[in-house]
Design a protein around this ligand. Structure first.
Ligand SMILES: [Mg+2]
Length: 348
């Protein structure tokens, strides 16, 4: 099925929020990071475009930034203010679609495949709505998948609105540095450079067996696909949970193995309810005990197949619990299920 994915990315978000309340700084190089004091430790969180032309980028030490751009205005990070602005931006995103995957405070993917309206019109209106209510500027990228949507939102930043189709890949994506691709970090970038790959186009042109000689079969294939603008990662509307669990700190340290077994079962019951509510099965059970001296021990049992049935999970909890030394004073008990998979796929 043809998909239409939109990537919305606020432009220089933290710095832009700061400029709204300090309009006198407009047009100046402004750097937000740490406590806003370049003589102290801390890194750049974001910088205005006026500062970026000096080579300032996020993650750079404030000290280095001050050396590159001595006239920059440094401001401390103010998360509550950015979160408030972010909440207003996300109200507009949620009005477009529920199929929304946030990435931090200032970025999100939207799956708008089911919308009849022209994607550029949706993007244009979204940008206008965000600007009207927050006075902040967003860049919007549209593509057949997350990979191209994200590259698109970056292509004409700031204030961009860009649609990248698969047919645009040779003309617009191949000239870009290979590091532009999702999944090409510094290490992979170095190994590709050793093969003479500098641009996405170089990667696309590299013979498959040369790539397989350097990377695992799976990695080589995903690199090759990315170089051709292919990506089938879904927009994940809910964060995929790796585990679910509960913990309880006792009012008074617990020395009774019977009481611990009872409490562990109660906790499993409630964790199991959450498991089945989400339609999941679990493969691994973990029981955690923290003793009076704050040492913490965990014991785990993995079943041969994931299950959403209570009784094998309860057996595993008991086994884990009695693998612990229970004669010591226990101040905290935790029960966790992990190795989660959709129950339908688990066949249990
Ligand atoms: Mg951004």
């Amino acid at each position: 099925m043809m998909r239409t994915i939109m990537h919305v990315d606020m432009d220089a978000f933290f710095a832009s929020v700061e400029l709204k309340r300090r309009p006198e700084l407009n047009g100046q190089p402004v750097i937000v990071g740490g406590r806003g004091d370049p003589t102290r430790r801390g890194v750049v969180s974001t910088a205005t475009y006026e500062a970026r032309v000096f080579g300032i980028h996020s993650g750079m030490a404030l000290r280095t930034a001050a050396r590159l751009c001595p006239d920059a205005v440094f401001l401390p990070v103010d998360f509550p203010a950015y979160r408030a602005a972010s909440d207003r931006v996300f109200e507009h995103l949620a009005a477009v679609t529920e199929r929304l995957q946030p990435v931090g405070l200032d970025e999100a993917y939207l799956d708008i495949s089911d919308r009849q309206e022209d994607a550029l019109d949706i993007g244009r209106r979204l940008k206008a709505d965000i600007l009207a209510s927050t006075d902040l500027v967003a860049s919007v990228g549209i593509g057949p998948n997350r990979l191209l949507a994200k590259i698109a939102s970056d292509l004409e930043k700031p204030d961009g609105l860009t649609w990248l189709r698969t047919s645009d890949v040779p003309g617009r994506v191949w000239p870009l540095p290979v590091r532009t691709l999702h999944g090409v970090g510094p290490r992979t970038g170095e190994r590709l450079a050793a093969l003479g790959v500098e641009t996405v186009g170089d990667l696309a042109a590299l013979p498959a067996d040369q790539l397989r000689g350097e990377f695992s079969e799976r990695h080589a294939r995903s690199l090759q696909r990315a170089a051709h603008g292919e990506d089938d990662r879904p927009v994940q509307t809910e964060r995929v949970r790796k585990s679910i669990g509960r913990e309880r700190t006792f009012q008074q340290d617990c020395r009774s193995s019977g009481r611990l077994a009872y409490e562990a079962r109660q906790m499993l019951d409630s964790v199991h309810a959450r498991l089945t509510e989400r339609g999941l099965a679990a493969r691994t059970v973990t029981v955690k005990l923290r003793y009076r001296d704050f040492t913490t021990h965990t014991r785990s049992r993995s079943l041969s197949v994931p299950t959403d049935r209570l009784s094998p999970l309860a057996d595993a909890v008991r086994e884990c619990l009695f693998a612990h030394r229970l004669h010591r004073a226990v101040r905290l008990l935790g029960v966790q299920l992990s190795g989660l998979t959709p129950a339908a796929a688990a066949g249990a």
